[in-house]
Design a protein around this ligand. Structure first.
Ligand code: ZN
Length: 65
């Protein structure tokens, strides 16, 4: 899996599980993948908007599904 950050071609190390409470029902979770560098910038983007966010290693994501 590749990093979700725009223009980034790195392999993702982290998965950011988030949702927008105003448009997503509780069960609906969006997944962004992030390399080590973009984990912080993507997480800040979401937390600035007060979206519920959980960060897990991408390997954990696979066993989750
Ligand atoms: Zn990246």
């Amino acid at each position: 899996m590749k990093c979700s950050a725009r223009g980034c071609l790195e392999d993702a190390v982290w998965a950011l599980k988030w949702r927008n409470p105003s448009i997503h029902p509780d069960a609906r979770v969006k997944i962004w993948c992030a390399c080590d560098t973009h984990r912080t910038t993507l997480a800040e983007f979401l937390t600035m908007r007060s979206f519920p966010l959980e960060i897990v290693p991408v390997e954990a994501l696979d066993s989750d599904a």
